[in-house]
Design a protein around this ligand. Sequence first.
Ligand code: SAM
Ligand code: SF4
Length: 327
Amino acid sequence: MNTVDYLRISLIDRCNFRCSYCMPEDAEFDYIQSQEMLTNDELISLLREVFMPLGFRKFRLTGGEPLLRKGVVDLVKEISALSDSEDLAITTNAYLLGGMARSLYDAGLRRINISLDSLDRDIFRQITGRNHWEKVWQGILAAHEVGFDPLKLNVVVIPGVNDREVLDLAALSIDRAWHVRFIEFMPIGNPELFEHKGWVDSATLREQIKARYGLLESTCKGNGPADVFQIPGAKGTLGFISQMSECFCDRCNRVRLSADGWLRPCLLNESGQIDLKTALRNRQGYAEIRLQVKELLHLKSEINFKERDRGTGNINTYQRTMSQIGG
Ligand code: SAM
Ligand code: SF4
């Protein structure tokens, strides 16, 4: 069985962007009420008393937009200070990053993933629903200057929207040690757009990039689901996350905790989730909660494999979007 030691933590389900593939402008969401969200103290207790004793060492803060969470810098500081926290990262849209990059770094954060689907301001606005390209770019440069390493840029390619920019986006990995990661569009969040536009598989993207720049398998492999390549001579790398065209369930090392405390064993499957917030608030002992989580980890590989086809084949089975699950 694969070791599961990576927890993705959604700090908030709200977002200041409205990416068409994730939280389309006209979608209605039942946002989590503030009293239903795990507090910083509850989250730290779960990490220290439940996840770390079970061997979890890697943590990613995500959302929604995690930088909208009040007290996020303090939370980063607290998690970094936990003795078993070996690897803390964040995924952000970078809108607030320009003003926060330094304090996040000083609080102990080193790894950052930033969503950047376009270098064209109009297409960026079309995708994100916001005219904020400049501010996002400034956020990326601020993170670079402060010294975040690795600095990864996440790109979701949508046919007929930003697919003409694949070469330009890939070229961002040449002069700086930036790691551009192409994520296949999934039918979560906006199944209508998915059905209408479809998706591009990683192999097709690699062919395009190879024809223009050449492409080598990279020697620096990550420990996640990305297949890592490199343009010859580039300082950074290109990652391809191919959850639609490939099944990498057998390499999956992660589970997800939502902002309201539901622990989810598989992104593409809604069964098996457990409600850790209620357990905490009902004063169930940590030993008992640990046991529940341990049992879930035991079942995880079965859940991954058994439900994947149903999950990707029937888009209506998803109740929560990436922003709600913690993408
Ligand atoms: N707001 C932050 C951001 O955009 O980076 C963090 C949360 S966002 C849900 C995390 C990642 O999920 C982003 O890189 C986004 O592109 C990706 N994502 C969201 N919806 C997706 C979808 N339907 N298919 C593939 N990736 C998706
Ligand atoms: Fe917000 Fe990130 Fe979803 Fe875009 S992808 S709407 S920035 S949560």
